[in-house]
Design a protein around this ligand. Structure first.
Ligand SMILES: NC(=O)c1ccc[n+]([C@@H]2O[C@H](COP(=O)([O-])OP(=O)(O)OC[C@H]3O[C@@H](n4cnc5c(N)ncnc54)[C@H](O)[C@@H]3O)[C@@H](O)[C@H]2O)c1
Length: 253
């Protein structure tokens, strides 16, 4: 029997918000593709337990406590990851807050915090990894955007939607900046993928959401992971500044 392909053999990846949900699945997908992986999360316990699950499969990975809102802390974690793995080839900016607060109820504090995690944290990630990758002349950055940043969605807050729309602009700007240095920066825009955030919606909402999906099902975290692995792999070397849609056909263009 032939072994599975390892397009990322010898590489190291850094995933934020990797303690649960899509981040944990992305870390697993990258490890299955041959990468060594850093699982960073504000929740140190969940990052450690996701990393322990991966180590049990033979993967070389470590967990780190990281609040992406804090640039010096992000830099220290990234430097420690570089020291551990010699270099970081792939950064996945996945950490996010997804509050479903109505437009009428969002407080200034909640607005600022959602933007701080989802947008500012990804900005810090692109800048920190960008400097490192620029110096090496290669690297891949994948930003987890969302359908909510492409068209209005009643299922997420307007602060979340605004942060994800801005993340597409951020992606294109860093792609432009880093292209001459051999670094690609792309966005992946999923929708309605099985995760703790989706499972937290009440059943009626979940049904209504599913009814809007032409493929008539929710996405699986492994499908998001496969798209991230593709964007990180040699096969995607000519793609930068792009937004890859993964939404069951809910948004076509
Ligand atoms: N699940 C979906 O259907 C879906 C759809 C579109 C986009 N996305 C995007 O995919 C990504 C993952 O989504 P999910 O559903 O797995 O979310 P989730 O809420 O289940 O997980 C988010 C993770 O980020 C961590 N986190 C939160 N704040 C942090 C901070 N300040 N610093 C570091 N880590 C922090 C959390 O602890 C958690 O582990 C997000 O960027 C989300 O916007 C998900």
């Amino acid at each position: 029997m032939s072994s599975p392909p390892s397009p990322l053999a010898g590489q190291a990846a850094f995933v934020t918000g990797a303690g649960q949900g899509l981040g944990a699945a992305i870390a697993r997908g990258l490890a299955e593709a041959g990468a060594r992986v850093v699982l960073a999360d504000i929740d140190a316990g969940s990052a450690e337990s996701a990393a322990a699950d991966l180590r049990a499969t033979g993967a070389d990975c470590i967990a780190m406590e990281l609040d992406v809102r804090n640039e010096p802390a992000f830099s220290r974690c990234f430097d420690a990851a570089v020291a551990r793995f010699d270099a970081i080839d792939v950064l996945v900016n996945n950490a996010a807050r997804t509050p479903f607060t109505s437009v009428w109820d969002i407080t200034p504090e909640e607005w600022d915090d959602v933007l701080a995690v989802n947008l500012r944290g990804s900005f810090f990630g692109c800048r920190i990894a960008g400097r490192h990758m620029r110096g090496r002349g290669s690297g891949r950055i994948v930003n987890l955007a969302s359908l909510a940043g492409q068209q209005p969605s009643a299922a997420t807050g307007v602060h979340y939607a605004a942060s994800k729309a801005a993340l597409l602009a951020l992606t294109r700007s860093f792609a432009q900046e880093l292209a001459p240095h051999g670094v690609t920066v792309n966005a992946l825009a999923p929708a309605a993928v099985r995760s703790p955030a989706l499972d937290a919606l009440n059943p009626a909402w979940q049904q209504a959401l599913k009814a809007q999906i032409p493929l008539a099902r929710f996405g699986q975290p492994e499908e998001v992971a496969a798209a991230v692995v593709y964007l990180a792999s040699p096969a995607a070397a000519f793609m930068t500044g792009a937004t890859l849609d993964l939404n069951g056909g809910r948004f076509m263009r």
